[in-house]
Design a protein around this ligand. Sequence first.
Ligand SMILES: NC(=O)c1ccc[n+]([C@@H]2O[C@H](COP(=O)([O-])OP(=O)(O)OC[C@H]3O[C@@H](n4cnc5c(N)ncnc54)[C@H](OP(=O)(O)O)[C@@H]3O)[C@@H](O)[C@H]2O)c1
Length: 243
Amino acid sequence: MPVWCLTGANRGLGLEFVRQLSQSHDNILLACVRSTSSDLTDLNKVYEPNKANTHVLTCDTGDLSSIKNFATEAKKVLNGKKIDYLLNNAGINSKPEQTSLTIGPEDLDEQIRVNVLGPAKTVEYLMDESLLAPNARIMNMTSGLGSVTRSLQITPRKCATYSISKAGVNSLTAQQSGDLREKLGKECVVICMDPGWVKTRMGGEGAILEPEESIGGMLKCINGLKTEDNGKFYTYTGEEVPW
Ligand SMILES: NC(=O)c1ccc[n+]([C@@H]2O[C@H](COP(=O)([O-])OP(=O)(O)OC[C@H]3O[C@@H](n4cnc5c(N)ncnc54)[C@H](OP(=O)(O)O)[C@@H]3O)[C@@H](O)[C@H]2O)c1
């Protein structure tokens, strides 16, 4: 039974990952939320078809002690099993109006902490607990705005602090794809993915894609990953994105 673990599971794209993954009773799911005191009504509803194999855990990706506690809890829950698929989905775009000329230092710090350090430490602490399978598939959620090549084509440029943090996610992916090969072996694969512009709270007005289509495409791509795909940047359709 494949073990899936994802952050930011209570709404938006994370919720849709849980909905689709819960359609199969073969999947074991660690659905991580920032806090279990948040409203989890939607989450509790979507995993109902696979309730017996779903575990809701706390993982605040902006708080290192929360990520550490999550790794300890995950070890207890998995009881000898390892994670086959890790989806580092949680993310924020807290100040989309900022440009490169108006960056708020604290806003940049926060987005780097949640969007970049969060997935870095999630992988590190899960490795410390030996919880990643040797052939693990790790997906870091990025954005088309994290592509420097794409950003150069957008005028006026937008979401400066967020884009910088997602370019950081891309660079983290390249680093992890080498480091995990050394520690886990030649079968593991680390990639980053752009989900497209999707109708969620973050996607906001104007978003064009339904979560179902974005996540359906992403899961197809993730399920089809081969060892030679390590360190690549894909969009939800499975096409490669320029860095
Ligand atoms: N929607 C798009 O068009 C789009 C495009 C490109 C990339 N993305 C990326 O896709 C991912 C999901 O985005 P979305 O559209 O689903 O956004 P969303 O609707 O705003 O949902 C964000 C999710 O991340 C969680 N989260 C935020 N900060 C967290 C933290 N510190 N610890 C743990 N969880 C945290 C939220 O939990 P709370 O409810 O507790 O806040 C929520 O579950 C993000 O990484 C985003 O950058 C989205």
